[in-house]
Design a protein around this ligand. Structure first.
Ligand code: MG
Length: 301
């Protein structure tokens, strides 16, 4: 018997957006720019920089334009931003983002709480936004939040995830990330969902976005590897949290994914020591200990 492992994986860094938006402490524009610049030097090829949502929704990311315009772009790195609607898209385009991220939830209740729209209203809005996007210049990445389980609705039907995935593909997404937004999914469930979605959504890249609420994050990465998934979201230092589960730890840490992959002989193209430097920088920004396993090991040494 053999494990099903790829030769290499791609890691998409989401800390500056998904991580910081859940942090209570205010981070200055210069600090955010510094963090993105530091991450650009690690070998990461994808960084989600910010979100062009209305500043009153996410005050932490109100300086999206300034951050996007002030970062030093490194050749070969794709700089993306979350775009919720046409207005956000126009703001993002004025800053020349390389990739726009369309996020909606598979859970009706979560989508209503998150963006005050039904799932179908969100899809219409994203579809309308996509009509303006020059496909040869800007990539669209779809993210389906609560793709496995939801704190309000329980288990999410895989058919629903597949239907939303098909819509995102029709809109023009080249890749779709299935997100365990609240960290409730276990590895068996992740394997089941990814197996079915991979089967139904051919011709599109699938990515995994996991949280560590119950410590299942890395096991979920491994379960999705077994389904052929080779793109994973990570957040530097494990930055972030979950607005629906107070005190829950956040996204799985980029350095933990890199370390696990490299020890298994899977290439990431990322230099671990540079990443740990970014971790130290992050710890200074949020002024609290990081939650990544690797940073804790470093502290013991
Ligand atoms: Mg997340």
């Amino acid at each position: 018997m053999h494990l099903k492992l790829p030769k290499s994986v791609t890691i998409a860094e989401v800390g500056p957006r998904d991580g910081l938006q859940n942090e209570g402490i205010e981070i200055s524009t210069a600090q955010k720019v510094n963090l993105v610049n530091c991450l650009s030097q690690t070998g990461l090829t994808r960084i989600e920089v910010t979100s062009f949502t209305h500043p009153s929704w996410i005050p932490q990311l109100k300086d999206a334009e300034q951050v996007m315009n002030q970062i030093q772009r490194k050749e070969g790195v794709v700089y993306s931003a979350l775009v919720p609607n046409k207005k956000g898209y126009e703001r993002a385009m004025a800053c020349q983002v390389d990739e726009v991220v369309f996020l909606l939830s598979a859970s009706e209740t979560h989508n209503l709480r998150n963006v005050n729209r039904t799932v179908s209203e969100s899809l219409s809005e994203l579809k309308e936004t996509s009509l303006n996007i020059p496909k040869d210049m800007v990539r669209i990445r779809g993210v389906i939040a609560m793709a496995f389980e939801c704190p309000f609705e329980g288990k999410i039907s895989v058919d629903r995830v597949i239907d939303i995935g098909k819509e995102l593909k029709r809109i023009g997404a080249y890749e779709i990330a299935l997100a365990d937004t609240a960290g409730l999914a276990d590895p068996a469930r992740v394997f089941e969902v990814f197996s079915m979605v991979t089967h139904e959504l051919s011709g599109i890249c699938l990515a995994g976005h996991f949280h560590n609420t119950y410590g299942f994050g890395m096991a979920n990465v491994f379960a999705s590897l077994q389904c052929g998934v080779s793109v994973f979201d990570g957040s530097i230092g494990g930055l972030g949290g979950c607005p629906y589960i107070p005190e829950a730890s956040g996204n799985i840490a980029t350095e933990d994914i890199v370390y696990m992959m490299e020890t298994m002989g899977i290439e990431t193209g990322i230099e671990l020591n540079s990443l740990l430097e970014c971790g130290k920088l992050t710890e200074g920004l949020v002024q609290k200990p990081l939650t990544s396993y690797l940073s804790k090991q470093k502290r013991i040494k």
